[in-house]
Design a protein around this ligand. Structure first.
Ligand code: UDP
Length: 356
């Protein structure tokens, strides 16, 4: 039996872990130990995903959240180290680009434990993003790099990562989308509760620091979504960071229908039936494509460039564009069909490499 220590802490990581943990368990030769840093910790940002996606309860919950990047990452380094020293896993498995990813990679590398990184090689080429720093460091410290796309493979090679360490496995979020789509499709209660009908609303999510922590961008986004909401319903599950920044800035939604963060199944129900998705989330951009819903990405760049190339996604900078006009213009648009994220069996490919 090989022991793999998985380190997660934030919402998108729980969704990625779900299919991979299942695939690891199915190998019969891997024991997975789950370490939850606590970065996202409450019922709506964490517990609901474990319940809905059938993820085993964390073996270690470190309860670290809040504070600046330094305080949070520092506490993670301090608390992950003794857990790994005692556990002595054969490998550490990390996901995505959060502070939990960075801390997991650093502790493991310093303890000489090989690191495997799921969603390696993503780049925005914008080092002002905290996620970009986390990705670059995590990839440099990883021994096995699981890339979701061909673009990610190329990015890694350009940074000098040896080709034999890179595995083009596809995207585990696509696996999750396929595994849970049927269940989610049967969930209509939230739409009914919100008084919206399929293909009759825009779904929006905002949480990237570059938007929430920049008053001009945040104000432009709030005002654009209000303009759209005057024409057709806009539903927005409000991320805690966005809520805090809006409150501090004295900004509030009036026509936009905000709801607390929703669970994955409700989110998929909302995404798959929207006329359009406006977002700054990485995962939500991809999910829009999985359900063939046009997407407007409220950023200056995206890591998921194939979505823009295929015509399913448009980049609309809140700093320079007429955001409301761009959202309304994209409704009803469609892109080309393609399969840039694998065949929905990425988790099995990852499990085969890790068990092998
Ligand atoms: N998500 C969710 N509920 C919400 C908002 C997002 O379940 O209220 C899911 C979404 O479906 C996707 C993931 O969270 O699977 C994306 O996470 P997030 O936007 O927080 O992070 P990012 O993908 O930008 O790193």
């Amino acid at each position: 039996m090989k022991t793999i220590a998985t380190i997660v802490g934030a919402r998108p990581q729980f969704i990625k872990v779900a299919p991979v943990s299942k695939a690891l368990a199915a190998t019969g030769t891997v024991r997975e130990v789950l370490i939850h840093t606590g970065q996202h910790h409450d019922a709506g940002m964490s517990d609901v995903f474990f319940e809905e996606l059938g993820i085993a309860a964390p073996d270690h919950h470190l309860g670290i959240h809040g504070g600046g990047h330094g305080a949070m990452t520092g506490a993670m380094l301090q608390q992950i180290e003794p857990v790994l020293q005692e556990l002595k896993p054969d490998r550490v498995l990390i996901y995505g680009d959060t502070n939990s990813t960075l801390a997991g990679a650093l502790v493991a590398a310093k303890l000489h434990i090989p690191v495997a990184h799921v969603e390696a090689g993503l780049r925005s080429f914008n080092r002002a993003m905290p996620e970009e720093i986390n990705r670059i460091v995590a990839d440099q410290l990883s021994d096995i790099l699981f890339a979701s796309t061909e673009t990610a493979v190329e990015n890694l090679k350009r940074e000098g990562i040896a080709a034999e360490r890179i595995f083009a496995v596809g995207d585990v979020m696509y696996d999750a989308a396929l595994q849970f789509a049927d269940v989610a499709a049967r969930r209509g209660e939230l739409l009914t509760k919100l008084g919206i009908v399929p293909k009759g609303y825009v779904l929006a999510t905002i949480h990237r620091a570059e938007n929430t922590d920049d008053l001009a961008r945040l104000t432009a986004i709030v005002s654009a979504l209000e303009t759209v909401a005057a024409k057709l319903p806009v539903v927005l599950p409000l991320h805690p960071r966005t809520q805090a920044r809006m409150k501090a800035a004295g900004l509030a939604f009036d026509k936009v229908r905000t709801v607390p963060p929703v669970g994955y199944l409700d989110m998929v129900a909302l995404e798959s039936q929207a006329s359009l998705i406006a977002t700054d989330s990485g995962g939500v951009q991809k999910e829009a494509f999985f359900y063939r819903v046009p997407c407007v990405t409220l950023r200056d760049e995206t890591e998921w460039v194939e979505l823009v190339d295929l015509g399913w996604n448009r980049l609309v900078s809140p700093a320079t564009s007429n955001v409301a006009e761009a959202i309304l213009a994209a409704i009803g648009s469609a892109g080309k069909d393609a399969q840039p994220y694998g065949d929905g069996r990425s988790s099995e490919a990852i499990a085969r490499v890790l068990a092998g």
